[in-house]
Structures are given as C-alpha cells and as structure tokens.
Design a binder for this molecule. Structure first.
Ligand code: G3H
Ligand code: 13P
Ligand code: ZN
Length: 305
C-alpha cells in the first residue's frame, strides 16, 4: 500500500518509534526491504536519490515500487532522497513519488527557505509530503576545520518550519553519510536534539545513521574489501535519538556493505558461478538481515496495521 511520509511519520512520532528510510538502486535492494518489512509487519520508506534515479531510471524505479506496493499490504512510501533543486522535486512529484526531500542545506538560510517553500506549494496540490534539511552533515574532520557551526540551530529550525510549512525536518547533530563517520570517539549532540525537539513539533529525521556493524564489515573484509577505519553510529545512540524525537532514520551504507560482502563471498568461494541470480540472491538475503536488525532497533517491527 503506497502512502505518504506524513502519514507514517505522524504515527511513528506519536508511538515513540522510527521508520527506516532505505535507499534503493535496483530490484534486489527493493525486494530485500519490502520482503523484510512484510515479514516484520513494519512500515517502510523507500528512498531514491537523484543518482539512483539517474542509474535506474525514474520509470523503472516508480514501476518497481508500485509493483511492490501491489504485492504487499504494509504501508510504504516512495521518497526522493536529497533532491537538490526544484526541477528534480517537480519531476518526482509528477512522477508518482509520495514524498520528496528538498535539500537546501548547501544554500544560505533565506535561499533554503525560498526553495523549500516553493516545493511545499507544488507538493501540496498533489498530496505529496515534503522533508527539508537545516544544518550540514559533515564528517568529524571537516567539522574541526569549519569556523561556522554546521549543526542545526534550534531557533532557526523553528523559523524555518514556520515559514516553509514542511512536514519533516532533517537535523544535523554530528552524523554524516558513508562508512567513515568518526575518526575517534562517536560524538552526537543530543543536548541540541533535545532543544530542537522541545521547540519543533514536526517529525525529525536522522540522515547518515548507518551503524557499520562489525558482522558486515568482517564478512566484506574476509573476502577482500578494504574498509579500515570504517565506523558508524552505535545502536545505543540510535535508541537515544529515537527517544529524543527522531522519527525517520536513513540507511544506505549498511545495505551497500551487506551487498558487497555477500557478492565478494560468492565470487571468492564459488569461482564457477556466473549466474547473476546466484550472486545477487545471496546479496539480497544478506541485506534482509540488515533491514530486519534496523526495524527491530527502530521499534517499527509489528507497527504496520
Ligand atoms: O545521501 C546519500 C545516500 O546514501 C545516497 O547516495 O547519492 O550515492 O545515491 P547516492
Ligand atoms: P548512511 O550513509 O549512514 O547510510 O546514510 C544514508 C542517508 O542519509 C541517505 O540519505
Ligand atoms: Zn542523507
């Protein structure tokens, strides 16, 4: 069943759990997410980035997600991840997405507001939800060099939400994209998240939330991946973030690591295999383990009506 982010996130916020937003780039990733969600009875947000759209094609992606929504009764959304401009958001709003992220975090405050407001107006007429981002997701190393505070300012968040009318807000509290999130200790600004939550009452979003779990890294490394220094967000930090109001959690890197670890294993241990189904099938199963762990960690298992 295809629904909007606004629908799944308002229920999650009220229920004190978070919904996973998992990035897709091909059929096996989508099937891993949808099959696990169906088994776990969990709502899901299926995310497609502009580069995923470029890779797979908008028509293919929307058709696959519509097919998935027909075969499963769990609430699922099709969400644009990190739409950087009005054109991309418009294409997805008109193309069948039920939610779009307009990411103006690279712009200055007023420009971010203007672009976000524009997309909210376009989306409203089609019943599509909108997520925006305030603050920057930077790695630990770049934070140190950056004179300006990259994290979300709570008062600016209040003004941003009031003036744009967005349905969900991505906040910057120290997470970052990819497999190398911290050089030293894991540090997230939970005090700031607490203040934002006390002032902003729409669902909050955590990007860059992959855990880079050791079981995935060990498997990938065993079969030749070079991942030294990889570090993600520990589970207990995710639990704390949810308790402080995070209702949508974005995961891509952990799926990529699970995919590559499994493909490497098959190629390394079965040199005679050249049937793509025998290579991608196990990769799907490995990604399903990741998705199941996340749904249980986020508290979304069993929450689909
Ligand atoms: O935010 C980043 C997501 O992991 C998507 O990455 O732009 O390579 O598809 P991508
Ligand atoms: P990770 O790289 O931590 O998986 O974050 C993904 C993300 O935020 C997609 O928008
Ligand atoms: Zn992101």
């Amino acid at each position: 069943m295809l629904v909007t982010n606004k629908e799944v996130l308002s229920v999650a916020s009220a229920g004190g759990y978070a919904v996973g937003a998992f990035n897709i780039n091909n059929m096996e990733i989508l099937q891993a997410i949808v099959e696990t969600a169906t088994e776990e009875k969990s709502p899901i947000i299926v995310s497609a980035s502009p580069s995923a759209i470029k890779y797979a094609g908008l028509e293919y992606l929307t058709a696959m997600v519509k097919a998935a929504a027909k075969t499963s009764s769990i609430p699922m959304t099709l969400h644009l991840d990190h739409g950087k401009d009005i054109e991309t958001a418009t294409m997805c709003i008109n193309g069948g997405f039920t939610s779009v992220m307009i990411d103006g975090s690279h712009l200055d405050f007023e420009e971010n507001i203007a672009m976000t407001k524009h997309v909210v107006e376009l989306a409203r007429s089609k019943g599509v939800s909108v997520e925006a981002e305030l603050g920057k997701l930077v790695s630990q190393e770049s934070t140190a060099q950056d004179a300006e505070d990259p994290y979300t300012d709570p008062d600016a968040a209040v003004e941003f939400v009031d003036r744009t009318g967005v349905d969900a807000l991505a906040v910057a509290i120290g997470t970052s994209h990819g497999a190398y999130k911290f050089k030293g200790d894991v540090k997230l600004d939970f005090e700031r998240l607490k203040v934002i939550r006390s002032k902003v009452d729409i669902p909050l979003v955590l990007h860059g939330a992959s855990g880079v779990p050791s079981w995935i890294v060990e498997k990938a490394t065993k079969y030749g991946a070079e991942l030294s220094g990889a570090k993600g967000i520990p589970d207990e930090h995710i639990t704390q973030a949810i308790s402080l109001g995070i209702a949508k959690i974005n995961i891509d890197t952990d799926l990529r690591l699970a995919f590559t670890g499994s493909v490497r294993e098959v190629l390394a241990t079965s040199p005679k295999v050249f049937d793509p189904r025998k290579i991608l099938g196990p990769a799907k199963e490995n990604m399903k383990k990741v998705v199941q762990e996340k749904m249980r960690l986020f508290g979304s298992s069993g929450k689909a009506p």
